[in-house]
Write a new protein. Structure first.
Length: 403
């Protein structure tokens, strides 16, 4: 789902090649590869969790520590993305990106050598810090390199291919986990290939003003950031209802087999590809109206799965939520980038990334809170859908009045 240039003349000369006018297909492909890296921290290891539990069954607190191998990187993204963005604004996008990609790949491979569960979890903290920087810089560079319809095009491509890349990583992780519990970590070798691609393709972008290798001339827009982060958290709460609870949604629709749930979730995720395509295809549509469209997709999906009489009806309704998810990320990134100029884009997109991942941790408690009023799980999902419908209506009416 992310972000200055040194005072040395040599560094400035080497790093100013890629402005928004000069960036092209190579930079777009590189950013797609860069933004796919954090998927590795999750999808590569999920199929191997049973093997990890078995391997470290004698370790105290294994039920807590093994899941942390997957969850710790996401927590680091939520906590440290803003800090990484500030470093990117001060130190330079390219430099932080290259250091982070190298650390991500190297520490991602570290469990190949570690026999201690605590050491593995500790290495995942460094992976998470690197992931926070990668997401932040990747999103900022999308704003630095591309503008307008070109930016929307590449964000659309990114979200079209993301589920396909995620599925490939998931399948590869499962295959490797079947051979040995360590082998899924070998997928981090791809990080070195992405590092090489970024090294040759991703130059330091030019600053908005010439000779600006200095601290920001204007104060950071904290009030704007509060708005951006607040709205992002609200959308993320909706997004992660499905992203985190997808298995339970299908289970409550009567699917008992984990294998079948996995297949159904993969089929439904094709909706994400359609969402990315729609964003790219209708690039001239305002971001405000896209926000309303995203909420409509989620409203129909969440209300629909709650009252679907059978799986045959529920699956396509569930897929509509995936279409909304395929739209949500490029819409929110485009909207957030609009609020930050070059000198604050790193920190701004870092805060955005942290806010979005904070929604991952707040979404399950939200459903629990709604359930406390007597709703079933799917009933709680329906309540979120009703809130999405109300918000979509409010956004649409406000937008039309403003015109």
């Amino acid at each position: 789902m992310h972000p200055h240039q040194t005072t040395h003349a040599a560094g400035a000369a080497a790093g100013s090649a890629a402005s928004s006018r000069q960036a092209g297909t190579a930079q777009g492909i590189a950013l797609m590869a860069i933004m796919a890296m954090p998927t590795l921290a999750l999808a590569a290891l999920v199929p191997g969790l049973p093997q990890l539990f078995q391997q470290f069954s004698a370790v105290p607190n294994v039920q807590l520590l093994v899941p942390m191998i997957i969850t710790v990187p996401s927590l680091c993204v939520a906590l440290f993305s803003g800090f990484m963005g500030a470093i990117a604004d001060r130190w330079g996008r390219r430099r932080l990106l290259l250091v982070s990609l190298f650390a991500f790949a190297l520490l991602g491979l570290a469990p190949m050598l570690f026999d201690s569960l605590l050491l593995i979890v500790a290495s995942r903290v460094i992976v998470g810090l690197a992931e926070a920087a990668i997401l932040t810089v990747g999103n900022a560079l999308m704003g630095d390199y591309f503008e307008g319809e070109q930016r929307q095009k590449w964000l659309g491509y990114q979200n079209m291919f993301a589920p396909l890349i995620g599925s490939a990583i998931l399948l590869s992780g499962g295959f490797l986990a079947g051979m040995h519990w360590r082998y899924p970590f070998l997928l981090y070798l791809s990080g070195f290939a992405v590092f090489a691609l970024a090294f040759f393709v991703c130059a330091e972008p030019r600053r908005a003003a010439p000779g600006a290798a200095r601290p920001a001339a204007t104060p950071f827009p904290w009030r704007v950031s509060l708005l951006v982060c607040g709205v992002t958290i609200l959308f993320a709460l909706v997004f992660f209802v499905q992203a985190v609870q997808h298995g339970r949604i299908f289970a409550d629709m009567g699917v008992a087999s984990p294998e079948r749930i996995s297949v159904l979730a993969t089929v439904a995720s094709l909706g994400t590809v359609l969402g990315g395509y729609l964003f790219k295809r209708f690039a001239g549509m305002s971001v405000t109206m896209w926000m309303a469209v995203v909420l409509v997709f989620y409203a129909v999906s969440y209300l629909g799965v709650a009252w679907a009489p059978n799986l045959f009806t529920g699956l396509p309704l569930d897929a509509l939520g995936q279409v909304g998810g395929g739209l949500m990320l490029p819409v929110l990134v485009t909207w957030a980038l609009h609020h930050y100029g070059f000198e604050h884009r790193g920190r701004g997109m870092g805060l955005w990334g942290g806010a979005f991942f904070l929604g991952q941790f707040l979404s399950p408690p939200l459903l629990t809170l709604i359930g406390g009023f007597g709703f079933t799980f799917l009933g709680s999902v329906a309540v979120v859908g009703a809130l999405c419908a109300a918000a979509a209506l409010a956004i649409t009416v406000t937008h039309l009045k403003a015109k």
